[in-house]
Design a protein around this ligand. Structure first.
Ligand code: ATP
Ligand code: MG
Length: 273
């Protein structure tokens, strides 16, 4: 595809990733949740992070969000090594995380939700200014919110996701992490959120998208990073990879074509477990 190769050139290795993870490991007692994981996110690209249940996706997200700390490994942000000891530090660094439960307050309106918890940060914004910024955030995302003065409880699932994403943009992040943003959504709402993700990319943000939905991944991701049993199991350019290849990397059905032929029995046994 001509456009894909042009994009490849623009994203040549000479450009530095905004976020770079190397050799990150994390254990919970005897459980090795992550082992020597590597991941890069460039500005203006959507990276899908996929893997089976328990593959370590949420653990990696929580390390980047400052909820968990890695046992070892390095995280580099804009070329400088960083540590992310707390959610505040993650935000201040420029990483915005939208968790699956969204953490919105149903009884409050859109404006209040966007600025929730920020009033105390010395960010004294007047009511009018907040409403203005809320509209601006929604406008930038081309979000279909009927009013920023509407209680979040009365919004649809897709609109709620939009509010959560808009909130993450208030801190002007460079990286936005979305954990299963379409998991609970219908077809039309999913399309809306996928459009939103493209808006983020157009604005030059790096997006890390955690998803179980391969259709979503293939629709918006530039690259797909596969985790399997807490380890990297392939990085693909979405344009070059088939659905079957991604699923094979997720399940470990073909760690490589030769070994998969030699170990078909072993793979079957593993899947049965
Ligand atoms: N707080 C914790 N304490 C103990 N073990 C944990 C903890 N968090 C995660 N784990 C374990 O680490 C491994 C990776 O879990 P993680 O939640 O990162 O997987 P995931 O890829 O997000 O899976 P899913 O798709 O089901 O959300 C699992 O074996 C899980 O049981
Ligand atoms: Mg998870």
């Amino acid at each position: 595809m001509a456009t894909a190769s042009a994009t490849d050139e623009q994203r040549a290795p000479a450009r530095e990733p905004v976020l770079s993870i190397r050799d990150v490991s994390k254990g919970f007692g005897a459980v090795r949740a992550l082992t020597d994981v590597a991941l890069d996110v460039y500005a203006g690209e959507v990276v899908a992070l996929v893997g089976d249940n328990g593959a370590g996706k949420s653990t990696l997200v929580k390390i980047l969000a400052g909820v968990h700390s890695a046992d070892q490994g390095t995280i580099t942000f804009n070329g400088a090594p960083v540590s992310i000891p707390s959610p505040t530090e993650s935000r201040e660094l420029g990483i915005a995380t939208v968790f699956q439960d969204l953490a919105l307050c149903d009884n409050l309106d859109v404006v209040a939700n966007l600025f929730l918890g920020r009033e105390r940060g010395g960010l004294a914004i007047d009511e009018e200014g907040m409403e203005q910024q809320a509209w601006e955030a929604c406008r930038q995302l081309s979000a279909k919110i009927p009013s920023v003065r509407i209680a979040v409880a009365s919004l649809s699932g897709g609109q709620r996701q939009t509010v959560a994403i808009a909130r993450s943009l208030i801190g002007e992040p460079q990286i936005v992490i979305l954990d299963e943003p379409t998991a609970a959504l219908g077809v039309a709402q999913t399309a809306e959120v996928l459009n939103l993700i493209e808006r983020l990319r157009e604005r030059g943000l790096g997006v890390l998208l955690i998803s179980h939905n391969m259709a979503d991944v293939q629709a918006v991701a530039d690259r797909v990073v596969v985790l399997r049993l807490g380890r990297n199991n392939g990085v693909f350019r979405t344009a070059d990879v088939s659905y079957e290849d991604i699923v094979a990397a997720i399940t470990g059905a073909t760690d490589n074509p030769v070994s998969s032929r030699a170990h078909t029995g072993a793979a079957d046994k593993e899947q049965a477990e």
